[in-house]
Design a protein around this ligand. Sequence first.
Ligand code: SF4
Length: 385
Amino acid sequence: MERIPISHQLSPSSWNRFEECPRKYWLSRQRLPRRASMPASLGNAIHNSMEEICNLDVTDRDDLETEWLSKSMKEILDKHWKIEKKLFLETPRKPQWKPHLISKAREGFIGALNILFTRISLDKKKFSEVSIRDWKNLQSILLLNEGSLASEDGKLIGRLDLLVDDLDVNGKSKGWIVADLKTGKPPKKDLNERVVRQLLFYRDLLKETTPKHPLVTAEGWYSANTEVYSADGESVLDDARTAWEMMKLTKSPFLGTPGPNVCGFCEFKAWCPDWWVARNNGQLSDSTMFRDEVVKLIRFDETSGAALFERQIAAGDEGEVTESEIRFGGFLKDSAFEQISDLISSEYDGPIYLGSARAEGKIIHLGYWSEVLKWSPLLESIRVN
Ligand code: SF4
């Protein structure tokens, strides 16, 4: 089949981003400076440690050897934690690295392995009792570990965490399980729409690219509570291809769909006018403890970090702002202090985006958890001529 030149590819995460807010997806493709996050680094450390331990070469080791697993897990996790820390600190926009969260990564790693152990009834054993023979058994049911999938037309791509042979009590294969390892908060009851879409996408892409497949099921493995959640439903690939068509980059931005959940952790607010218009219209709340602002700096005291801000009101749909009578004080420290000092020394005097300011009464506090950036609504793609 002749491959068509592909301008973009749809992955489960880009599809989800597009469905959440098309403008967020459009902005994510503009090569804007990315923001690191501790949950993402923690998830990567667990995923990469799982990948490495599952691939551990034990072919020449004694089948009866025990008391090796915890030591190998520690070495592997420590290595990946170090790699994540380096990547985190090299990312242009970042909050503070939290070294103590390695204990959470360790718990997640143990949780993920425990789920895997249930597949060959190893879950009754202590880690110290797991032998090399057990490990070889475990590896024999892993059909793919971090495997890449791509549709024949090149439009759809995905990376499977694990493809597991689903054995019955007699050790006979009943089919395949597409397992996606989840390191975030487990659902209270059912999987949310995003995760279901993602799991079904992996299932259906695997089926499409592997014509001789047995029964394939899709599961989300939540390391935090070692629970498995199944996803069922019709194929999502037609919907994915329809979305692919709509995700072709255009010169002007896609429509924004602001809302408290979708905008809450959006890393592109400094470049998006829509959330600020929604805030000014009362569609988004301005009374949350952590909030974002678009302001003008009236005064700043470099000794104490005290500042006086004036809120800038949205004056159109394209990020234009105008002055207001709303003034409030703030205290800046850590990286927020450095960022505002840099803006002042560059003689910038335009509107400023304050991200994650902690409100206490009429005063806001900004520190390592916050961001101070130029307000820079992006109205034209820098990637399309
Ligand atoms: S801030 Fe909200 S509206 Fe704007 S891109 Fe992000 S999610 Fe979409």
